[in-house]
Write a protein of this length. Structure first.
Length: 452
């Protein structure tokens, strides 16, 4: 029952007599696994009601797969009866409360439609609103990459509530209308929409989107022969890429607590990329901060242990037994929202040397590590929105990239922004004197909130 502006509105619905038979004979009803004949993007409507909207959307968009979710079997059976004669390969139905579908839909969805969702006006029912924080947290897990939610409603209070909830939960409102039918926005009407607009009620519409993001702090931007800290990058305050000489001190000087770091990626085993490891491990163990995941090449454990023993011959054993170190040498792995892939790069005789590609939803960020120009660097530049590059030299050689390489990559891939690091003094001076478009020259301690 909807209440608005003093009037009461109820959409009449006849309970179909043969609903069990309709449901049992439905060959597009999902009961356990989702299978479409292709990998097209998946759009879902939560609370599809009698299915008018989804049927038209599926007919108009054969390159998109649709699933309608409806918690009441009686309502769903009306939709099934309507949809069945069309034999659409791109439309399926689930009869369930969406709250129970995390496992089934996890990481599969591209767009969610919320059409005329129940407003649940009482404060004590807030959690039932389909745009409350607990539902947005659930949707976050269902999305494949970029999050897109399109909402339509007649209800002013639900609309204002939803706008706030989307903003508070990190969404951007990309489109907004308080009178959808008088705007140039493509629209397919739902049953409720037809009833409400016949009564002269304006339809509210919004498109909320959430892209990937990364907080990046440059702990070091220089090569080892400069007064700048050696190249090292802190992501979201707890993931560190490379731990060169002086890292613990550098972090402390830049007001970052080294104890927050629980994920460490090493690009390669040159001293200016991992020699602070003993200091970091001892710092953690002495403060009973024990967990650390280390991502590096297979020979990493041995190298780190030898260095630790050499640096602290009387304490390394005890520290190593107390610490909970987990080594990972897989080619791809996940840290929080990031899918991370390792790429072999070409750094003279140091083998293997790795670059890393971080994907967070639709956002791609690469870290080249030390490298010369090679196919994987070209690939990273082609794929990334931001590429954090070794740019040690003015002219690249067999071990390092130079400004000449970065400049030609930036001309070839203008949609990638290049953040240069591991800079020699000469390269830094040249970059500052001759502002290169699309190349950002950071200093130690600079912070970026990277998003699309
Ligand atoms: C007001 S109707 C709107 C129906 C249709 N979307 C339209 O615009 O005509 C809301 C529908 O959402 C369904 N619904 C509400 N909460 C749901 C949930 N958590 N999971 C699945 N369906 C839900 C209800 O059963 C109801 O059929």
């Amino acid at each position: 029952m909807y209440k608005f502006k003093g009037s009461v509105f109820k959409l009449r619905m006849r309970n179909p007599k043969n609903k069990e038979e309709i449901i049992n004979n439905c060959d597009f009803l999902i009961t356990d696994t989702i299978s479409f004949p292709n990998k097209n993007p998946l759009h879902i409507e939560i609370g599809m009601g009698k299915g008018n909207f989804l049927l038209k959307m599926a007919l108009n968009n054969p390159d998109i797969n649709f699933i309608g979710i409806e918690k009441y079997a009686s309502v769903a059976s009306i939709a099934i009866k309507k949809i069945k004669p069309y034999h659409l390969p791109n439309l399926k139905i689930i009869i369930s409360d969406v709250a129970k579908l995390e496992e089934l839909l996890k990481g599969k969805v591209s767009v969610i439609y919320l059409n005329f969702s129940d407003p649940w006006p009482k404060v004590r029912h807030e959690k039932r609103r389909l745009t409350s924080k607990n539902f947005l947290d659930l949707y976050h897990k269902l999305f494949k990459d970029k999050e897109v939610i399109i909402q339509k409603t007649d209800n002013d209070d639900l609309f204002e509530y939803s706008l706030n909830s989307f903003k508070e939960n990190g969404y951007t409102i990309e489109k907004l209308s308080y009178d959808l039918h008088n705007e140039d926005i493509p629209n397919v009407m739902t049953e409720y929409e037809e009833k409400f607009s016949e009564k002269g009620i304006k339809i509210k519409y919004l498109k909320a989107v959430k892209s990937g993001k990364m907080k990046l702090k440059l702990i070091g931007t220089g090569n080892m022969w400069t007064s700048f800290n050696s190249a090292s990058y802190l992501i979201d305050d707890h993931i560190l890429i490379d731990i060169p000489n002086g890292s613990v001190k550098n972090l402390l000087r830049l007001n970052n607590n080294p104890l927050n770091i629980d994920e460490l990626l090493i690009t390669h085993f040159h001293g200016d990329h991992y020699f602070d490891m003993p200091f970091f491990l001892l710092y953690k163990s002495k403060r009973n901060n024990l967990n650390l995941n280390i991502y590096c090449s297979k020979d990493g454990i041995k190298k780190i242990n030898i260095l630790f023993k050499l640096a602290f011959p009387h304490s390394f054993k005890e520290a190593l037994t107390t610490l909970n170190l987990k080594y990972n040498s897989k080619d791809s792995f996940k840290i929080n929202d990031y899918f991370i892939t390792k790429y072999l790069v070409s750094h003279g005789n140091i083998k293997p040397s790795y670059g890393y590609l971080f994907q967070n939803k639709d956002l791609y960020i690469g870290f080249t590590g030390d490298t010369s120009m090679c196919d994987n660097i070209d690939y990273l530049a082609s794929k990334c929105h931001f590429l954090i590059c070794d740019c040690s030299l003015i002219k690249g050689n067999k071990k390092h990239l130079g400004i000449d390489n970065i400049n030609s990559l930036s001309n070839k891939y203008p949609s990638c922004k290049f953040i240069v690091s591991h800079l020699s003094d000469e390269a830094r001076e040249e970059l500052i004197l001759n502002e290169y478009p699309n190349i950002i020259v950071p200093k130690d301690g600079d912070e970026f909130n990277l998003t699309i």
